[in-house]
Design a protein around this ligand. Structure first.
Ligand code: S3P
Length: 179
């Protein structure tokens, strides 16, 4: 049985660093709430007919961010849903402004050791190809965490199962009211 959040009139957007579990937790959260789920990276790949790595190669990070902003703006329209975003989406001022104004933003936070362990399972992320993923993630965390902290809700995703992370999100959402 889906859990109903009666006052939720906007998309739920998961933000946070690579490896935080945004896609896996987002999909389970959507199932729990009886909502649709979309992953912004997958939607960008469909819209561009290229993989994320190919988009970075051909258009650079700036080109990728531009497409990402447009795709997320489109996903926010329509009925409430759960949206997992790529780790840099919320760092873009325009994308973040849109998410904060029109959605409930949830920062899935984890320590960099946990993130590095999780991202080691896939080597498709262009920003982690430049060196040791642990050091790169540490640098990204140092620059980005204060920005992720602008999200409406903060959920610690390390050392708990994905189902428990979903429990924590549902509890936090039940208490949350738009300002
Ligand atoms: C990025 C995170 C990736 C993807 C792209 C850039 C980032 O998504 O959007 O490689 O800037 O942190 P995940 O967070 O889903 O890995």
């Amino acid at each position: 049985m889906a859990t109903k959040l009666p006052d939720l009139d906007r998309p739920i957007v998961l933000v946070g660093l690579m490896g935080a579990g945004k896609t896996t937790v987002g999909r389970r959260l959507a199932r729990r709430l009886g909502l649709d789920f979309v992953d912004s990276d997958s939607e960008i790949e469909i819209a561009a007919a290229h993989s994320i790595a190919e988009i970075f190669d051909r258009f650079g990070e700036t080109g990728f961010r531009d497409g990402e902003r447009r795709v997320i703006a489109r996903l926010i329209d329509g009925p409430p849903k759960v949206i997992a975003t790529g780790g840099g989406a919320f760092i873009n001022d325009e994308t973040r402004g849109l998410i904060l104004a029109r959605c409930v933003a949830i920062w899935l936070a984890a320590d960099v050791e946990t993130l590095a362990e999780r991202v080691s399972r896939r080597d498709t992320r262009p920003l982690l190809k430049a060196g040791d993923p642990l050091l790169l993630l540490r640098d990204l965390a140092a620059r980005r965490n204060r920005i992720y902290a602008e999200a409406h809700l903060h959920i610690i995703s390390e050392a708990v199962s994905h189902e428990r992370a979903v429990d924590r999100i549902v509890e936090a959402l039940a208490r949350w009211a738009p300002a």
